[in-house]
Design a protein around this ligand. Structure first.
Ligand code: SF4
Length: 314
């Protein structure tokens, strides 16, 4: 199934529709390149499936679990690493929240719960409040984190009800997905202030995308503006090999050069960590720790101290 076009009106208004190369347009308008997936591209590029312990619950790293309770998003990003999973959702077993909570209770090593998706802020505020309340009663869980692109693409969906639900959380962490300085709208800035008022720690993640932000100046402006807005740049992701995304991909060597020049120019408070997810579910590793062993081949140790091979297909 194709990943349908979905652009909220708010985000459409941020796009310069007269400019065929507008980076915001590039992120959301389908391209014919999507139909010609490369042989190395995958439906599940970061290995969510092998690490899924219960439908809707991924346990990859020892002290944290990822909860996916919705496949809905406010926007369809053409480079999305979960787009194939979002498309096939109708055939997938629906999450059983009771089972998910009892897994969390039984696994005392879990310190943090991360809501991802889809976009967790698409869930109903009442439902979120209920599940946050149940997780907050589990004493070994200390932090609840939400990853969302909604504050960027349709800030008006961050309602008073949603904020009230989030406010009931244990230490609340919100990671906003933002890729370009033009995505820092006035509405986004206001939402960040609202998150601050409810005591959230706010961070950002950015995907390095060809033709969008593969440029030191653009990324410098983005990371500086985020810090001024009250958001700590957290991760810069090397693009995952999801099917039909090769037109967004740059090489590891180019990514390293860009990151090196950011390091040389930016205050360290503006610098995220540049990471790559190793296919197969082996987790994230800092790109700088990749050791080159061949023209396109690297090795690195992952969080389990396993030596993993990574192939850069560019
Ligand atoms: S909002 Fe996130 S999960 Fe949804 S399409 Fe965009 S990148 Fe994928």
């Amino acid at each position: 199934m194709k990943f349908p076009l979905l652009i909220p009106k708010f985000y459409a208004n941020l796009i310069d529709w007269k400019d065929q190369k507008d980076p915001l347009m590039r992120m959301v308008v389908p391209s014919s390149f999507e139909d010609s997936a490369k042989e190395y591209e995958m439906a599940d590029p970061i290995g969510d499936k092998p690490k899924t312990v219960i439908a809707g619950l991924i346990h990859r790293y020892p002290d944290r679990v990822l909860v996916n309770l919705t496949s809905a998003c406010a926007v369809h990003c053409r480079f999305c690493f979960r787009k194939n999973l979002l498309c096939e959702n109708e055939n997938v077993v629906k999450p059983d929240v009771g089972k998910i909570l009892s897994y969390m209770r039984d696994h005392k090593e879990i310190w943090e719960v991360i809501f991802s998706g889809g976009d967790p802020f698409m869930l109903k505020a009442e439902f979120l409040k209920e599940i946050i309340g149940k997780i907050s009663k589990i004493s070994h869980i200390k932090t609840i984190r939400f990853h969302s692109r909604i504050p960027v693409v349709d800030a008006r969906l961050i309602t008073g009800k949603l904020l009230a639900a989030l406010k009931t959380s244990k230490k609340l962490v919100i990671v906003v997905h933002i890729n370009h300085p033009r995505e820092i709208s006035k509405e986004f800035q206001k939402v960040v202030q609202k998150f601050q008022k409810i005591g959230a720690l706010i961070m950002s993640q950015t995907v390095l995308l060809k033709g969008v932000n593969d440029d030191t100046e653009i990324l410098s402006e983005l990371f500086r503006e985020l810090v001024v807005t009250g958001v700590k740049p957290y991760y810069l992701h090397h693009l995952d090999a999801a099917k039909g995304t090769h037109h967004f991909r740059i090489s590891i060597e180019k990514g390293k050069k860009i990151f090196q020049s950011l390091r040389g120019n930016l205050s360290s408070i503006c610098l995220p960590e540049y990471v790559v997810d190793i296919p197969g579910g082996f987790g994230k590793i800092p790109v700088n720790s990749l050791k080159k062993i061949g023209p396109k081949t690297y090795t690195a140790k992952n969080f389990e101290n396993k030596t993993i091979k990574y192939v850069d297909h560019i």
